[in-house]
Design a protein around this ligand. Structure first.
Ligand code: GLP
Length: 241
């Protein structure tokens, strides 16, 4: 596991964007696993700028997003589909047919997860971008005695609903369920890029990267993957020795 700590957010975002740009320039049809949340916004801004400067093209690339809330349509500005279009897809040359998102409005959420997992199996991820939840979740794989390997529906923990309430009018409006890639779907990616910022995540960063591997800290399972790069700001990395 390679861990890099940055003094500024600009450096961190630019370094993460470099990894994506270099990959896509080397392998134009790369399959990119993408994430949402506040952490990747600056990385997407960087990617959009590189595209506008003709330093990269996403014409042949394809993307898979980690997760989506159950019950939110893509037009809802709280949905992850909306977020991805707003921050990345609408600004670059990635063809719509090569964007893979979970449909939060699917009548049969379990069938939607299977559809997604089947597509993922056909398009192995070259890289998966991840943020980290305060409770150690990655995507929406919440701490539990057992974790699901493949894409599945999950009931969100109260702490996750509260953490994500800042994006909604109130905690009552945060959906109670989500669809998420499973830990196995994520660990199949050739490379994993975990990006974490902020003092409030320092403790969980330490547990996830240096603590025992446990389903109670889903991100700790990343320790078992040979191709993980972790990008941290000073605050998030301050408890690492
Ligand atoms: C959400 C997402 C995760 C994300 C996490 C942290 O729950 N499902 O994929 O990593 O929040 O988000 P943030 O970057 O806003 O702290």
């Amino acid at each position: 596991m390679e861990i890099k700590i940055f003094d500024t957010q600009e450096q961190l975002d630019s370094s993460a964007a470099d990894i994506f740009v270099n990959l896509v320039n080397q392998k134009p049809n790369a399959v990119l696993g993408l994430a949402t949340g506040s952490t990747p916004i600056g990385i997407y801004e960087n990617l959009v700028n590189r595209f506008k400067q003709n330093k990269v093209s996403f014409k042949a690339a394809s993307t898979f997003n980690l997760d989506e809330y159950v019950g939110l349509p893509p037009e809802s500005d709280q949905s992850y589909a909306y977020y991805m279009h707003k921050h990345l897809f609408s600004h670059i040359d990635l063809p719509a047919a090569q964007i893979h998102l979970l449909n939060g409005m699917a009548d049969d959420a379990e069938a939607e997860c299977s559809r997604f997992e089947t597509l993922l199996a056909k398009h192995p991820l070259d890289i998966q971008l991840l943020g980290l939840g305060h409770n150690g979740h990655i995507a929406f794989n919440e701490p539990n005695d057992q974790l699901s390997s493949r894409t599945h529906v999950i009931k969100l923990k109260e702490e996750t609903i509260n953490a994500n309430a800042r994006f909604f009018a109130s905690a009552d409006e945060v959906p109670t369920h989500a669809m998420t890639m499973g830990i196995g779907s994520i660990l199949k990616a050739n490379k994993i890029l975990l990006v974490v910022r902020g003092a409030d995540k320092a403790e969980i960063v330490k547990k996830a990267l240096t603590g025992p591997i446990t389903t109670q800290v889903p991100a700790s399972l990343l320790q078992a993957h040979a191709g993980v790069t972790v990008l941290l700001d000073r605050e998030a990395g301050r408890m690492l020795g």
